[in-house]
Design a protein around this ligand. Structure first.
Ligand code: SF4
Length: 368
């Protein structure tokens, strides 16, 4: 596979100690051709080696589109209109996934990046035994491997994800929802990928099974050392598993911060609303508030901040100027923490005479 020339790292990726394995830079995606809808607008994100990066937001905010675009699996009418997806190999070689030719892309999939799709039942072939499906995935990428060896590897992978290898002869319908999702994780791990992208891997499961899958992923990450992008609408689940959380709204990242920081004191009003829309899986109970209104139509976004119609703290600048991701303005916050909200542009707040002292402490006061 040939290394592609890549442009310098995005500024936010150069933090002290950062070891990026995947850098999404200014990724933009449109749906439709004549009058395209801009569903992703210049999204930049960095996944560091060994890290779990959570990606959260309501349905339709673009998080799955981001995963599919980054892995070049976006079906028509989706069209990548700009950006780079830089993968850095263990030896430091970099390649832009978006510019790989077909052969290099096939080699990269499953070994560099693997994806676990939403809805395990739909992703597994109902008429083939699960052991064979895993073995087929292995031999498709390792043509030199003989079938008995691939079946043996499939049994090992099932064991790795906590399924008795004897179940390799089962068909998908003979397994519970949680087991099918584990099979999908086993399949994704078949070629020892460095990055695992998981698109709503627990959405169809009950809370107990969700917890088991999340613990399993954390355990496998610890043992195998891969990095994870974990996509979900349930931000409380991310608090359990993620090192960092990026919150998406209307095709953009609106907050990108350490998971604990988001939990303690979300800085974007939408992140705050999202956090108060789900009961926490552990710790003290929190009052659930939800977010009024619905997400905007991406085909006709309002001017200024796309969240302003739903935001209790909107002021004049919010209608006129589109916020960009900037470092949090709250003293003491992690300098790498970024927020797309005018409350973090002191000049705009001062010019409006808008007092941050009247805002909920979580948004603008130093974290407890
Ligand atoms: Fe609310 Fe304005 Fe911040 Fe948007 S920019 S989240 S409308 S305060």
């Amino acid at each position: 596979m040939s290394a592609q020339p890549v442009s310098p790292a995005a500024p936010h990726a150069r933090g002290r100690g950062a070891d990026p394995v995947l850098e999404i830079r200014n990724l933009s995606v449109d749906y439709g051709y004549d009058e395209p809808t801009h569903v992703l607008r210049q999204v930049s994100l960095t996944l560091n080696r060994g890290e779990v990066l959570g990606l959260a937001g309501e349905s339709g905010c673009g998080k799955s589109t981001l995963a599919y675009a980054a892995t070049r699996l976006l079906p028509p009418p989706g069209l990548i209109t700009g950006g780079e997806v830089i993968f850095t190999d263990r030896d430091g070689t970099q390649r832009d996934i978006l510019t790989l030719d077909d052969r290099a892309l096939r080699a990269s999939r499953w070994q560099d990046l693997a994806i676990v799709f939403q809805g395990a039942m739909n992703s597994l072939n109902p008429v083939h035994r699960i052991g064979r499906q895993i073995a087929d995935a292995i031999t498709a990428h390792r043509p030199g491997m003989k079938k008995p060896e691939a079946l043996e590897k499939a049994a090992e992978l099932l064991d790795l994800v906590g399924i008795n290898p004897d179940r390799a002869r089962d068909y998908p319908h003979q397994l519970s929802g949680g087991m099918r999702q584990r099979v999908m994780i086993a399949m994704a791990l078949a070629l020892d990928p460095q990055v695992l992208i998981m698109d709503e891997p627990t959405t169809a499961l009950d809370v107990v099974m969700q917890r088991q899958i999340v613990e399993q992923i954390a355990d496998l990450r610890e043992r195998l050392g891969f990095s994870v992008v974990f996509i979900t609408h349930d931000v409380s689940l991310l608090i359990e598993i993620a090192d960092r959380i990026a919150i998406m709204y209307a095709g953009e990242i609106v907050e990108d911060a350490a998971a604990l920081d988001v939990y303690r004191a979300p800085r974007h009003p939408y992140a705050d609303g999202l956090l108060h829309s789900f009961p926490p899986l552990r710790g003290p109970r929190r009052e659930l508030g939800g977010i009024p209104g619905s997400p905007p139509d991406l085909a006709s976004l309002p001017t200024g901040c796309p969240f302003r119609d739903r935001c209790a703290h909107a002021f004049d600048a919010c209608a006129a100027i589109q916020p960009e991701l900037v470092p949090s303005a709250v003293p003491g916050d992690d300098p790498a923490r970024r927020v797309a909200c005018h409350l973090h542009t002191p000049a705009l707040v001062e010019a409006a005479g808008f007092s941050p002292r009247l805002l909920p402490p979580a948004l603008t006061h130093p974290a407890p």
